[in-house]
Design a binder for this molecule. Sequence first.
Ligand SMILES: [Zn+2]
Length: 124
Amino acid sequence: MAKGAQQNREHQAAVQLFGKTVSKRAGFRCEWCEGDQELRLWEYQPDREPGEENLALLCSSCRELVGTKNPDPRRLRSLRNALWSQIPAVAEGAAVVLARCKEPWVREAIEESFIDEGMKERLL
Ligand SMILES: [Zn+2]
């Protein structure tokens, strides 16, 4: 087996160790939109060591949003409350997706949130 694949497998195994803790923290709901469809762990910064701060429990449609360049603003409104989370994977992760939408309410919501100031500057 190639070394990269081996490392990736170990990384995924390490991520799964946080499954119970993160699911409980999330109350078994999507941490972005409170949906409950196909909840899975999502890594905010996959190149980092797995940890609770870097993981969010997300539903299938929020995981899809991560890869969407021009997300539907109506759909994004459900992510607004996630900005108030204390967990970087939840608040910053949602902010990154929200920032792709250029509507004024998105800008305001990110400005009002408690996410890192440097992060806000990069996003806005
Ligand atoms: Zn969701």
